[in-house]
Design a protein around this ligand. Sequence first.
Ligand code: NAG
Ligand code: NAG
Ligand code: NAG
Ligand code: NAG
Ligand code: NAG
Ligand code: NAG
Ligand code: NAG
Ligand code: NAG
Ligand code: NAG
Ligand code: NAG
Ligand code: NAG
Length: 491
Amino acid sequence: MKNLRGLLLAFLILSFGISDFPQAQDQQGFISLDCGLQANESPYTEPMTKLTFRSDADFIKSGKSGKIQNVPGMEYIKPYTVLRYFPDGVRNCYTLSVVQDTNYLIVAMFNYGNYDNLNRHPKFDLYLGPNIWTTVDLQRHVNGTRAEIIHVPRSTSLQICLVKTGTTTPLISALELRPLRNGTYIPQSGSLKKLFRVYLTDSKDIVRYPEDVHDRLWSPFFMPEWKLLRTSLTVNTSDDNGYDIPEDVVVTAATPANVSSPLTISWNLETPDDLVYAYLHTAEIQSLRDNDTREFNISAGHDVNYGPVSPDEFLVGTLYNTSPVKCEGVTCHLQLIRTLKSTLPPLLNAIEAFITLEFPQSETNANEVIAIKSIEKSYQLSRISWQGDPCVPQQFLWDGLTCEYTNMSTPPRIHSLDLSSSELTGIIVPEIQNLTELQKLDLSNNNLTGAVPEFLAKMKSLLVINLSKNNLSGSVPQALLDKVKNGLKLK
Ligand SMILES: *[C@@H]1O[C@H](CO)[C@@H](O)[C@H](O)[C@H]1NC(C)=O
Ligand SMILES: *[C@@H]1O[C@H](CO)[C@@H](O)[C@H](O)[C@H]1NC(C)=O
Ligand SMILES: *[C@@H]1O[C@H](CO)[C@@H](O)[C@H](O)[C@H]1NC(C)=O
Ligand SMILES: *[C@@H]1O[C@H](CO)[C@@H](O)[C@H](O)[C@H]1NC(C)=O
Ligand SMILES: *[C@@H]1O[C@H](CO)[C@@H](O)[C@H](O)[C@H]1NC(C)=O
Ligand SMILES: *[C@@H]1O[C@H](CO)[C@@H](O)[C@H](O)[C@H]1NC(C)=O
Ligand SMILES: *[C@@H]1O[C@H](CO)[C@@H](O)[C@H](O)[C@H]1NC(C)=O
Ligand SMILES: *[C@@H]1O[C@H](CO)[C@@H](O)[C@H](O)[C@H]1NC(C)=O
Ligand SMILES: *[C@@H]1O[C@H](CO)[C@@H](O)[C@H](O)[C@H]1NC(C)=O
Ligand SMILES: *[C@@H]1O[C@H](CO)[C@@H](O)[C@H](O)[C@H]1NC(C)=O
Ligand SMILES: *[C@@H]1O[C@H](CO)[C@@H](O)[C@H](O)[C@H]1NC(C)=O
């Protein structure tokens, strides 16, 4: 019996014209934050990568700066030597401005380096908006770790939150956002969490920006049963599929040393339910003779067989599955199998693999988020819990709010706002009326001045208003008194 997943799967070379798309040169659209960097040292250009890093201070309101200790034998570029740690609050969030509906490579870098001299490696959770992204475990990754995802933000603001889950203190070293070309790395559903990105070489060098215009980080990888191919000729990387593969990662390739064996790459997943996407970057880098053919099939388990493929000579192509693939259990075996007519063994230059991650929880209604942030600003509130999404996840609901939750796919709405005894001064601000589903408003025991505004009478959902113990002047508007007759509770 044929499996549906297998039938749906198709590896293909994508080729649609996006040549009019601006080249992502010169760090255009990059966000490079050196977390914990002092404002007076910002910005600076990191000499190895030529990346311009700036302080994260404008993007988060909590946390403190730390600096890692020197570890003999370990060298980190400067942005990964300072960090921001979060001794206060359970959830601490960055708010970044992004271009809506653009595909971003989002990288968060974590390096403990015994900055606090306590030798207590932290473990905590990382969230993207209201949804969990990953667990950061620096007890397992003592030399630092990277979290990486390809994600399309559906609004102009992106929140990245560190959530304390145990007794250790969350920290972050750097945040790096890189726009990718539209139409590349798009799964059928969800976002792509990186498993690995390697180029097949005997070199020790990691390739990233500026060689890679999107600052993807390519690690070297090679297996003893492979034979290395290398070319000194130019490989054309300006293919029209938009993946912008750096030439440095395709001038080498691996073929099986035993020319009749397949080329096999295996890896493990965390759960057997993980859905995998793989991107294979290939270019023929041998000058083929007339009687040479290199042709192979790509197989992954029982269900997936695609081919035959023949890499273009000195031109990069990208092959990937357009439908998600499940591996057998927790182990994935990708094989490149020589076809009968091929005179040469299969070849592979570079490969990336991802699993999909779903972000099912909707963010709070966007207009209400704007309104509540504007209220926060007007009254200069600084509450540690007022970070990240106001309503979700529910365990991190902002102090003084209650929300209505219909289901995960419906944006939550703010139902009550309690700012009593919050040392508020000034007038009752008009942004309150943008919380259109507000049922209960408590502004009692503050120093508010000015008139009781007319707009309160127009807020259809309001059932309870408490304005007692303030310095408000004038009389209560007639419209509001009329509503009291109809059941509104007003103090
Ligand atoms: C990317 O492409 C999609 C579909 O073609 C389109 O809806 C979207 O607006 C594009 N985004 C950008 C930033 O160009
Ligand atoms: C961390 O780095 C040290 C020094 O290079 C090395 O000995 C150790 O194996 C590394 N640990 C891990 C988990 O990578
Ligand atoms: C590289 O390949 C593209 C797409 O096939 C082609 O349009 C372009 O002319 C090639 N460039 C060179 C220098 O051969
Ligand atoms: C090469 O691979 C083939 C098929 O996998 C196998 O039969 C043969 O013994 C291998 N040759 C060597 C020298 O390992
Ligand atoms: C291909 O042609 C070359 C000479 O052009 C010859 O040396 C070689 O043996 C041929 N290979 C095959 C598999 O026929
Ligand atoms: C390669 O795939 C084709 C179908 O696409 C199939 O007919 C052929 O038998 C396969 N060859 C090998 C060696 O797997
Ligand atoms: C409140 O809503 C109005 C009308 O939708 C809008 O013009 C205004 O910018 C909003 N203000 C805030 C602070 O959200
Ligand atoms: C969520 O609630 C909305 C509004 O009531 C409804 O239209 C939608 O079908 C619900 N979705 C799910 C997945 O239950
Ligand atoms: C009002 O302001 C005065 C003077 O600043 C202060 O002493 C008092 O505590 C405030 N009252 C409230 C309820 O915040
Ligand atoms: C304000 O009045 C409402 C309605 O009477 C009441 O529920 C609420 O507890 C009061 N707030 C405070 C801080 O006493
Ligand atoms: C509040 O009003 C009282 C009486 O009108 C006045 O004495 C006091 O100074 C006012 N407090 C503030 C903080 O405006």
